[in-house]
Design a protein. Structure first.
Length: 367
C-alpha cells in the first residue's frame, strides 16, 4: 500500500534513488539506546564536550544559552526551556563513528552510528518569497530535507526510520491549505516519495518561536524495522480527513524498537485529541488530563506487543513538554509536579503546537 501525495510545491524534482554513504561502525548483539537528561552547566561548552564520549550517539542543547560546538553529534534545538535546561544525551551500545555528508542536492547531513542505530540531522533555511501569501517556502524546504533523508538512509547500514523530530517557525501561520503546517505535511510526503503508511516512524512536528525560518529535522534509524503503534482513542494521523489539509500527517503514534532491542518505546508528539478532534479548547488542565489519557491508551496498546513494558510512566520515562503560551509555562510545570513529583524526568519547552487551539503537546521515551 502506498500513499499518494499532493504535488503542489514541487519545483525541482529530487532523485530518490541516489544515495549518500554512511560510514560503517562496529556492530553489537542488539540495538541498544539509553536516553537521559543531564542537569547542570547546560550552557557550558566543556560540559557538553565531556558528554561526547566514544559511545555517545547524540547530545542536544536547548535554547539560546546552549553552546555552539562543531561535533556533528551535538545539536542545538531552537526551543527555549522553562527553568534550568538539562542536556539530552543518547548513548549507544558501543563505539560510535560520526561525520558530515554533503547530499547530492547540496544538503549537509550530520550523522553518527554504532552500526546498529544512527542519529542524523538536517537544517535547511527556507527560500524567501516562494510560498503562498509571500511567506518563505516551508513546503519546498520539507521536501528537500526529506528527500535527502531518504537518500541518506538508502545508502546506510541503518535504513529503517524509527523516530523523527521536526522544528519549524510559525507553524500555524496562514489560513486553510496555506497554513505552514499543512504545507510542511505536503513537502514531507513529497520528500518521502511513495511510502507505506503502516511503516511510518513516530514523529513530532513543533513550532519554534524565534522567528528564524530554518527547518530542523533530526532522526533515529536502525538496521531493522520497529513496530508502529497506534492509539485506539485516536484516528491514525495518516488517515485524517480532508479538513486538516491536502496531505495527512505522515507518522505513527509510537514506535516499538526492533525485536530483542534494549531500547525504550518511542512516543510521538501527543496532545488533547480524541478521534481526530481537539478537546478541551481553552482549558489548559483539561488538555493535560486528556493528553495523559491518550498516553494510557497508547501504553496499553504497546503492551499488547511487549507485555514487559511498564504500564505507567516512571523512572524509565523521559518526557518533553511543549507549551504554546509562555504565560502557561509555570502552570504546566505545576500540573506535572502534582502528577509526577520527581518520579518522571521531564523537559518543558516554549513551542507552538501544530493546531492553534492546542496549548500543550508531549512526546518522549518510555521503558
Amino acid at each position: 500500500m502506498t500513499e499518494p501525495v499532493s504535488r503542489t510545491c514541487m519545483r525541482n524534482p529530487v532523485d530518490l534513488h541516489r544515495s549518500a554513504p554512511l560510514a560503517h561502525a562496529g556492530t553489537g548483539d542488539a540495538h541498544a539506546l539509553g536516553v537521559d537528561y543531564v542537569t547542570g552547566h547546560a550552557d557550558d561548552a566543556d560540559a557538553v564536550r565531556a558528554l561526547l564520549e566514544a559511545d555517545t550517539l547524540a547530545v542536544f542543547g536547548f535554547g539560546d544559552a546552549a553552546p555552539v560546538l562543531d561535533d556533528p553529534r551535538y545539536l542545538r534545538v531552537p526551543l527555549q526551556p522553562w527553568g534550568a535546561a538539562p542536556l539530552e544525551r543518547w548513548r549507544a551500545a558501543g563505539p560510535v563513528r560520526h561525520g558530515r555528508t554533503r547530499d547530492a542536492s547540496g544538503v549537509e547531513i550530520r550523522w553518527a552510528s554504532d552500526g546498529r542505530l544512527s542519529f542524523g540531522a538536517i537544517e535547511i533555511d527556507e527560500r524567501p518569497g516562494a510560498d503562498l501569501d509571500h511567506h518563505s517556502d516551508i513546503c519546498e524546504a520539507a521536501e528537500l530535507a526529506y528527500a535527502a533523508l531518504v537518500r541518506h538512509l538508502q545508502g546506510s547500514d541503518t535504513p529503517h526510520l524509527l523516530r523523527v523530530w521536526n522544528y519549524l517557525d510559525a507553524i500555524t501561520l496562514g489560513d486553510g491549505d496555506a497554513e505552514r503546517y499543512r504545507r510542511f505535511c505536503v513537502g514531507r510526503a513529497l520528500g518521502l516519495g511513495q511510502f507505506d503508511p503502516l511503516g511510518l516512524p513516530a514523529a513530532t512536528a513543533i513550532g519554534r518561536c524565534d522567528g528564524r525560518r530554518t527547518l530542523q529535522v533530526y532522526w533515529l534509524s536502525a538496521t531493522e524495522r520497529g513496530t508502529p503503534v497506534e492509539n485506539p482513542r485516536q484516528v491514525s494521523a495518516y488517515r485524517y480527513p480532508r479538513q486538516y489539509g491536502p496531505q495527512p500527517p505522515s507518522f505513527a503514534r509510537a514506535m516499538l524498537p526492533p525485536p530483542g532491542s534494549h531500547m525504550p518505546l518511542l512516543l510521538s508528539g501527543t496532545a488533547s485529541v480524541v478521534g481526530h478532534a481537539s478537546q478541551h479548547i481553552g482549558e489548559l488542565r483539561g488538555q493535560i488530563r486528556e493528553t495523559f489519557l491518550n498516553f494510557d491508551a497508547l501504553l496499553a496498546e504497546a503492551r499488547r506487543h511487549d507485555p514487559e513494558l511498564p504500564a505507567e510512566f516512571g523512572a524509565g520515562t523521559r518526557l518533553k513538554v511543549y507549551v504554546r503560551d509562555a504565560d502557561d509555562l509555570p502552570h504546566v510545570a505545576q500540573a506535572l509536579d502534582e502528577r509526577f513529583g520527581d518520579s518522571v524526568p521531564r523537559l518543558i519547552l516554549h513551542a507552538a503546537i501544530c493546531r492553534r487551539e492546542l496549548a500543550v503537546e508531549i512526546d518522549g521515551v518510555h521503558g
